[in-house]
Structure formats: structure tokens, C-alpha cells
Design a protein around this ligand. Structure first.
Ligand code: XLS
Ligand code: MG
Length: 346
């Protein structure tokens, strides 16, 4: 029943960055991690998302050193009053995983990927979160004939199984994206990942994180994708942002490109009581390269405020009017009503 939704917000340290892109170097100074942490509470965020090597300097070090660093990070975030939302193994930067991680043709790469995933789980346990996010960045192809796609699919399931078996409490959240860096990603959408989840050893511990831009890049509507996952009780996190057309992942401010599409996402989260089981609303947004140093965290504040403003519109919206238009099959008036409501005119 709608109305119970509790919204708490999170982001990752990578969402405050130096503005480098594919064609140019960084344009802003690096903000020290300790300084980034101060931004969270100041902007009203409670949750912090980690890649494994956001939490420790490197995972490619002796295990006890890695665990000691993770413990130190736990102490620091506790001191800031922040909750760790998830840990994601960063499997796409090491030269070993150049041709993929879990689905690489290279046995050594697959072994590295699994070992690193187990380390991410160990870090998550120290930080105090059960959620492991998998963004399978390099699981896919540039050249179609380069891999056995059926085998790659099986390997994805085997990797998830290995993680589920390594730790009986963790949950795996697939964050699917159809392309970039790969030309074609394996299990390109939420639907694909959910189909795989039911083939794992413990489907109850496998769900999804849906990023708005990733759905849009697949030609899909984020709100419809959210609803699909919520029907399965498997929408365990979201990465809200926005995206202009089918190109690179832009990570634009939530609602900045298509306000109605953002409204629809807030509506579906609200109507389905998202957050009541402790799920966070994550904002995976990036400051524009043109932002100057002193205003390079505004994208986070703005995205959250746009969410909250749209939430007000959602709450006030006359549900009876919506029902009337539905029963009359007058969807053009329905759309007009919604657009005017978003503009504060209805
Ligand atoms: C990249 C992903 C990444 C994940 C975490 O597009 O969104 O930031 O959220 O690995
Ligand atoms: Mg994301």
C-alpha cells in the first residue's frame, strides 16, 4: 500500500570527481576522501557506496593488510555517522581482466575475478553491509565470434553461485548496463539478470540495482523497469540519474534531461513503498566537466532536491483524476494533467 515509502539517500565517493573524460585530463583538484565524507551529512545523505578499492587502498595486498584498512574505514565512517550501503568489486581496471572477468576466455582472469569478489565480500563484512553490487563492466564482447556466449552466460551464474556459497548471508545485486565499455554486454538488462538469478543456488539472495541511465541506454523506461523488479521483490537499490539519448553513460543530474521521466520513477518508487526494507535511493550522478572546484558537489544536492520536489508532486497528485482518465481511456488528458501537475499548475 502506497505511502509507507521511506527515502534515505546514498552516493559513492566516485560521484565527486576531477572532471577528466575520454578526451581531456582532470580539470579539478582531487578532494581528499576525508573531505568527501564531510559532504555526505552536510547534503543530507546517510549511505555511502563503495567499490572494494574505495574502502581500502588496494585489494592486491596481503589479506590481513586489506582487512586492517577496511577496519580503519569502518571506524572512519562510523565516526561520520554514515552507513555502508554496498561494496562492488571493481573488476574492470586491472590489466588481468582486459578481456572480461567472470566470463573471460582466460582462466587466470576468471580466477582473479573470483578471488577479488571474495575479497569484496570480506571487506563488506568488516564495513557492515550484506550487499554486494556487480556491475559487470567487461563481461561482454567487441567481436561477436570472440567468445562462446552460452558458456559466458553459464560462467556468470557460476560466479554468482561461488559468491553465494562463500558467504551464506550476502546478497548480490546485479547492476546491468547494455554497453560501454563493451560493445555488447552479457545479460544486458535487469530482465536478463533476473532470469539468471533464478538459476543460482539461492535466488532469494540475488536481486538488482537499477540505474536510470542504464535502462535508458537499453531503450527502456526506468520506471517500468523498477516496477518489473519490484514485482519480483528484487529492487534492492536504485541509481537515479538522467541521460540524453543513446550515447555514452552521461550520469546527468536526476530529472535534468526529462523531468516527466524522473517524475515517473519517483511515482513508482512511492507507490510501491520502496525503501521500507532499508533500501537506499542512490544517486549515481557526475558533475559536468565545466563545473568549477567550489561548486562541484552541487549535482548531488540538486539531484536529491529534485527527487524531493517531485515527491511532493507525487503525494499531492489527485489519484481519482488519474483513475477517471484511465477509465475513459483518455490518456492525452491524463498526460496533460500530469505535465501540468509537474509544472505546479494542477
Ligand atoms: C557505472 C556504474 C558504477 C556502479 C558501481 O556505470 O554505475 O558506478 O554503480 O560499480
Ligand atoms: Mg551506477
Amino acid at each position: 500500500m502506497a505511502g509507507k515509502a521511506q527515502f534515505r539517500f546514498s552516493f559513492g565517493p566516485w560521484n565527486i570527481h576531477e572532471g577528466g573524460d575520454m578526451f581531456g585530463p582532470p580539470v579539478r583538484d582531487t578532494m581528499a576522501f576525508a573531505e568527501k565524507l564531510k559532504v555526505y551529512r552536510k547534503l543530507g545523505f546517510e549511505g555511502i557506496q563503495f567499490h572494494d578499492d574505495d574502502a581500502v587502498a588496494s585489494v592486491d595486498v596481503p589479506h590481513d593488510k586489506m582487512i586492517a584498512e577496511a577496519k580503519e574505514m569502518k571506524r572512519i565512517i562510523d565516526g561520520e555517522g554514515l552507513e555502508p550501503e554496498f561494496v562492488a568489486p571493481r573488476l574492470w581496471e586491472n590489466p588481468i581482466t582486459i578481456d572480461g572477468a567472470y566470463t573471460s576466455n582466460d582462466e587466470k582472469a576468471r580466477a582473479y575475478a573470483l578471488e577479488r569478489s571474495r575479497k569484496a565480500i570480506d571487506i563488506a563484512n568488516v564495513l557492515g553491509t550484506k550487499r554486494i553490487v556487480l556491475w559487470p563492466a567487461r563481461e561482454g564482447i567487441y567481436v561477436n565470434e570472440s567468445k562462446d556466449h552460452r558458456l559466458a552466460t553459464e560462467r556468470l551464474v557460476q560466479a554468482i553461485d561461488a559468491m553465494l556459497e562463500y558467504d551464506k548471508d550476502i546478497q548480490i545485486l546485479g547492476e546491468m548496463k547494455p554497453n560501454e565499455p563493451m560493445d555488447h554486454a552479457y545479460a544486458a538488462t535487469t530482465g536478463h539478470f533476473l532470469a539468471l538469478c533464478y538459476r543460482t543456488v539461492d535466488p532469494d539472495r540475488v536481486g538488482v540495482l537499477i540505474e536510470s541511465a542504464h535502462a535508458i541506454l537499453a531503450g527502456l523506461d526506468p520506471a517500468v523497469e523498477f516496477a518489473f523488479a519490484m514485482y519480483h521483490d528484487k529492487l534492492w537499490s536504485v541509481h537515479l540519474n538522467d541521460q540524453n539519448g543513446l550515447k555514452f553513460d552521461e550520469d546527468r543530474i536526476f530529472g535534468a534531461v526529462n523531468l516527466k521521466r524522473a517524475f515517473d520513477q519517483v511515482l513508482v518508487l512511492y507507490e510501491n513503498d520502496f525503501g521500507t526494507a532499508g533500501e537506499y535511493v542512490g544517486l549515481d550522478v557526475k558533475a559536468l566537466r565545466t563545473q568549477k572546484q567550489d561548486v562541484a558537489v552541487q549535482h548531488l544536492a540538486h539531484s536529491k532536491q529534485i527527487f524531493l520536489d517531485l515527491l511532493e508532486v507525487v503525494k499531492k497528485m489527485d489519484r481519482k483524476r488519474i483513475e477517471e482518465y484511465r477509465s475513459l481511456r483518455n490518456y492525452e488528458d491524463l498526460e496533460y494533467f500530469v505535465v501540468r501537475a509537474i509544472m505546479g499548475k494542477a
